[in-house]
Design a binder for this molecule. Structure first.
Ligand SMILES: Cc1cc2nc3c(=O)[nH]c(=O)nc-3n(C[C@H](O)[C@H](O)[C@H](O)COP(=O)(O)OP(=O)(O)OC[C@H]3O[C@@H](n4cnc5c(N)ncnc54)[C@H](O)[C@@H]3O)c2cc1C
Length: 519
């Protein structure tokens, strides 16, 4: 019978099939020739000791034992061109996975996306990076694939439902992602590989009778007697259907404002906010792997750090090893940072959001905006950063130790943030209590990760789109909006996801509940 084994090996053995075979043959006392196949089920790095180990979970098939290569296939989709229509607003992970699930369930999705297709989007990303021009419909957050398309493509989630997570990972593999994502403890895809996967998902939706409309912004939701009737687009066109999945992401402020204006229930929600820190990847490797040189068998090291400072959680967020800091504004007149990495994570720099959890009471100065208080708080910081850095997409920046000492940096070396930096005292970007926590927090981080607190590290501000500043309340079981029948608030923008995988899971769940409601 095939044997399942948990083992710890050196990075070199883990990276080389023949060395691994030799190692395992000794472990199970057979000759290497007797081993027919080794399947790796899980792989993770144990960097707690100086000698770094790779944890593997494997199945060993000896000659004569039944072994079959398994190919991950797409589900059986039905042609839905003449089926009942469901409007899906937003082609991010939530919207796209909702659309696929609807097709699987025999319903026709009409996906409406304000931005361009993945290829068209590239031109607008170039414009924001090189010319400081922000297209309000096509940027790092808006466009086909949503905020996750030009990202690091990290695929881990806090979701405890392994079945749901595995299903999304397998779908991504069926759409062309590497099978490694099923094995790695911390899988990621990378900015260069995501667009093709997204494009293939869209083509599948269209092949089976769904519709995908780009350059189409929803400007109104038609509601009669507290029931959805359809939507209106920026051209005044109406699309009618009485089931609507609203998956517009954390940056769709016009949608939050529309709901608020129409008195469709939304509520303010705390989120996290801070800066994006950049170190050299070499430094992070040396801290995390306790070595001068990472070697060829270990990946660029990530880090994850959490501290309690003045009663608030301060933590690393969306860390991108070997990555680049991106300008993620969605409107002119604001500056926003986030990060991405290519699949090989081979850039010389490592960046991470370092953010502080906010509380509803922090939005008090904006209380007059009611449910939009968090949105206005967020806007005020992004706009202040824009003013401070020179009213372009240049970002306020400061060396890390200088920041902890309230000292404007004499110079800022070139960072991965393409539009450029302006040296400012970063404390000016944030309310005083937040700057104070960040200052204390970086000192604490430096105690846990020796070498992290250095003036070679550059802070960029703000990192402000960590999750939605609004929740759109829905029934916990039916997932339907608490007040409007047929409206399914979905994904990160509605407050039910935080990342690619959890947004995709939520998209599927909304589709399932719509099918359920139609039975
Ligand atoms: C640069 C960057 C890097 C990231 N890296 C990672 C990562 O490595 N791993 C991870 O898990 N998460 C990452 N994230 C977060 C992740 O992208 C989001 O959590 C996820 O995309 C949320 O999915 P969603 O479908 O709910 O919303 P979104 O992806 O935000 O999609 C919403 C879509 O709705 C569209 N839309 C908005 N308003 C309208 C309207 N009025 N009409 C029509 N369409 C509209 C938008 O254009 C957008 O395409 C990153 C985000 C950014 C910006």
């Amino acid at each position: 019978m095939p044997r399942e084994l948990l083992l710890q090996v050196t990075p070199e053995i883990a990276a080389n099939e023949s060395l691994l075979k030799d190692y395992l043959s000794k472990q199970i006392k057979v000759s290497p020739q007797e081993i027919q196949h080794i399947t790796i089920l899980k792989r993770s790095i144990d960097a707690r000791q100086k000698a770094i180990k790779i944890n593997l979970k494997v199945i060993i098939y000896l000659k004569g034992e039944a072994f079959q290569e398994t190919k991950i296939e797409l589900p059986v989709y039905k042609d839905v061109s003449s089926a009942q229509e469901v409007i899906v607003v937003g082609a991010g992970p939530a919207g796209l996975f909702a659309a696929l699930q609807l097709i699987e369930l025999g319903l026709k999705p009409i996906v409406i996306e304000r931005g361009k297709d993945v290829r068209g989007r590239r031109r607008d990303l170039k414009a924001i990076n090189r010319e400081h021009i922000v297209n309000e419909d096509s940027n790092y957050c808006f466009g086909e694939g949503g905020a996750g398309t030009y990202s690091d493509g990290k695929l881990y989630t806090r979701s405890k439902k392994r079945g749901d997570v595995t299903r999304i990972l397998e779908l991504l593999v069926a759409f062309g992602a590497s099978e490694d994502i099923l094995v790695e403890a911390h899988p990621h895809i990378g900015t260069n590989k995501l667009p093709k996967i997204i494009e293939d998902i869209r083509n599948k939706i269209i092949e089976f009778g769904g519709q995908v409309l780009f350059d189409t912004r929803v400007t109104d939701i038609l509601v009669k007697n507290n029931e959805v009737e359809g939507i209106v687009t920026q051209n005044g066109d109406k699309i009618l259907a009485n089931k609507l999945i609203l998956a517009t992401g954390h940056s769709a402020r016009d949608i939050f404002e529309l709901l608020d204006k129409k008195k469709i229930l939304i509520e303010a929600k705390p989120f996290a906010l801070g800066v994006r820190a950049e170190h050299s990847q070499e430094l992070i490797d040396s801290i995390q792997y306790s070595c001068d040189y990472r070697g060829e068998h270990l990946p660029p090291a990530p880090y994850s750090i959490v501290k309690q400072v003045n009663g608030r959680g301060m933590y690393s967020f969306c860390m991108c090893p070997g990555g680049v800091i991106a300008p993620c504004a969605t409107s002119p007149g604001e500056v926003v940072t986030n990060g991405w990495s290519p699949s090989k994570r081979d850039q010389a720099t490592a960046n991470s959001g370092i953010v502080i959890e906010l509380k509803l009471e922090d939005f008090k100065p904006f209380a007059k905006f009611g449910a939009l208080a968090g949105v206005e708080f967020q806007k005020s910081i992004e706009q202040k950063a824009w003013h401070l850095a020179g009213r372009t997409q240049k970002v306020p920046a400061q060396r890390m130790i200088d920041f902890t000492q309230n000292k404007v940096s004499a110079d800022i070396p070139k960072t991965s943030y393409v539009p450029g930096t302006t040296s400012v005292e970063m404390g000016q970007v944030f309310p005083g209590f937040l700057s104070q926590i960040l200052r204390e927090g970086f000192k604490e981080f430096g105690k846990s990760m020796r070498g992290y607190l250095t003036n070679e590290a550059i802070l960029h501000a703000p990192e402000s789109r960590t999750s939605s500043p609004v929740r759109i309340p829905r029934d916990a079981y039916t997932l339907e909006h608490l007040q409007i029948k047929g409206l399914y608030p979905c994904g990160e923008g509605a407050g039910y996801a935080g990342g690619i995988i959890s947004a995709a899971i939520d998209g599927e769940k909304c589709a399932l509940m719509i099918a359920e409601s139609l039975k």
